[in-house]
Design a protein around this ligand. Sequence first.
Ligand SMILES: [Zn+2]
Length: 387
Amino acid sequence: MRRRNILKTIGGIAGAGIVGTVTVSADDCPGDFIKPGGPFPPETANINYNSFTSNETLYNTLEKLDTKSNLEYEPIGETWEGRPIPYVRIDGGDTDVFYVTQQHGNEQHTTEAVLKLLQKFAAGGRQVDKILDELTLHVIPRHNPDGWAPADDNEMPQRENARPEDICHDGPYFGPDQCGPVDPNRQHYFGIDPDVLADADGINPDLIPDENPSPETQAMLDRTAEVDADIICDWHHQGTYRNEDCELINASTLWPLNEAAPEAAVNLSRKISAHAYQETKDLGHTTWDTYPGGTTANIARNGHGVRGRGSVLFEFRGQAEDLGNAGNGMITTIINTVMNEILEGLASDELYEVDPAAADDIPPRGDYFWKELPREEWNPEHEAYAE
Ligand SMILES: [Zn+2]
């Protein structure tokens, strides 16, 4: 049922008129429900989260990379359950670029993709050297290890962090008496001038709590401020969508929409989205649409933008609930490709030459498509899937 609520939220934001939607009914795209690679694993499939990197393996891998390469692994804090918040720095040029994965614990392919990227940087080579001539890369691989932790016991991972149920706060965005786990990607307003937040988002600044309910998010904000990050890319997963050609949409993107974000930051962000789209749209399986996100500064994409940084959201197909361990190969490769293209585009200056208006060429939001369609919309293929 939780995803019903997520669907409602997405629908509500899309209803604000940010982007259009296409309409493809379940019957318009016959034969695409069950096939290799997607959109969903059959219900009879065993979901095996052990095919992903466990928290323990993640920490061990990062420690090894630190020892044997130019990668520096240094946790930037502790989660509610006392796990290290992982952070890796690869020193290079003057432009500081952050990649943050798995703010939501149930969005695990992003972390697999960034670990592949880290392995590549640890191995070195000409392409890596060219990037490091220009950029210093900062990676938070699995921002929310508590959210992922259940998967290490092969249970469903969770979107939120692990704040205990008996700890509560009043907040300016979601009202009074918020208890228990919070969404780390809704806590990025801490440290922004309250008057700016009041003007742009219409919130009551007196309701901003003293403590961030997401220590994970606060650690990220502190580190990005410390190095005065130029660019932050935030890597996520979403539900399954398809376009009017019945193609599954595997990648989505969006830039800051908050009115307090300076134009230069928004334009840089739009260049990044447009470049990622242009460089990958003709590759197999990398079908894009525009993410219908909100405007408020508590969301990372907007909060970093208000701070004047280039800030881009990337969303890929399939949260844990939809995809389980399916698509690990294909989706992870797509994410890793986009991650590489952005770094190469920044290092070669090609990305900076993109017209920010080209972000508007990315197709509008596709049509929501997932396995829990209302029963009355099921066709024989859906019936077969459930058995
Ligand atoms: Zn997410």
